[in-house]
Design a protein around this ligand. Structure first.
Ligand SMILES: CC(C)(COP(=O)(O)OP(=O)(O)OC[C@H]1O[C@@H](n2cnc3c(N)ncnc32)[C@H](O)[C@@H]1OP(=O)(O)O)[C@@H](O)C(=O)NCCC(=O)NCCS
Length: 181
């Protein structure tokens, strides 16, 4: 387990598939994600089985919050496209439980993911892509130190409209400086 203040990360299990299905088939959740078609159970199972071939560090982690004596899943995160030479990687977040939105969980999740990326995986650069209209996600990323570094114009198309994709990143030196404050 990887523990934060109010959350923890654990390995995703096969039994999480029905919950993932619920989230990725909810248009409100996927509004800011690349997913734009309904996902079938067999497709999700195929994706999950394929994870066995991914490096362990690139397999998704489930984000959980305490719930009575137990823990409850609220979303997932992943680190992927790890470049061993540059020591860089991409990250992604999906908090599918809408009841916890706008309570700082996205911000805390990204903070813990950065700690994991820099301290456990020894990365030097962590980057992500976000759609320009996902102001909410952008705000959470800015709060944990992600810096805007570029814009791919009209690189995304969803619901009949083109949208720009923003690139944001955090370098280990910037993150360390912030940790020391
Ligand atoms: C995007 C996501 C990570 C945010 O998580 P969250 O827990 O709701 O976000 P937080 O509460 O930590 O922070 C959100 C910030 O955005 C702000 N915000 C929310 N709606 C906003 C809006 N319409 N305009 C401007 N700011 C907004 C909030 O006020 C908050 O900032 P503040 O703390 O300075 O007030 C999460 O909701 C999610 O996973 N959504 C679905 C999938 C997704 O879009 N993933 C990101 C793909 S790049």
């Amino acid at each position: 387990m990887i523990y934060g203040e109010r959350i923890r990360f654990r390995r995703a299990e096969k039994t999480d598939i029905p919950l993932f299905m619920e989230w990725i088939n909810d248009p409100e959740v996927t509004k800011g994600l690349t997913i734009y078609l309904p996902m079938g159970l067999w497709e999700e199972e195929e994706w999950f089985a394929g994870l066995a071939k991914c490096p362990q560090a690139e397999r998704p982690l489930v984000v959980e919050v305490p719930d009575g004596d137990s823990w409850r899943a609220i979303g997932n995160v992943s680190v992927f496209n790890i470049d061993a030479v540059v020591r860089s990687a991409e990250v992604g977040i999906m908090l599918g439980d809408k009841t916890i939105w706008n309570q700082g969980y996205g911000t805390e999740t990204m903070r813990l993911l950065l700690k994991h990326g820099f301290e456990a995986l020894n990365l030097n650069r962590i980057q992500l892509y976000v759609y320009e209209k996902n102001i909410w996600a952008i705000r959470a990323y800015e709060k944990v130190g992600f810096v805007h570094e570029g814009r791919r114009r009209e690189a995304h198309y969803k619901n009949g409209k083109y949208e720009d994709i923003l690139t944001m990143s955090v370098l280990r030196s910037e993150w360390k400086k912030e940790m020391e404050l």
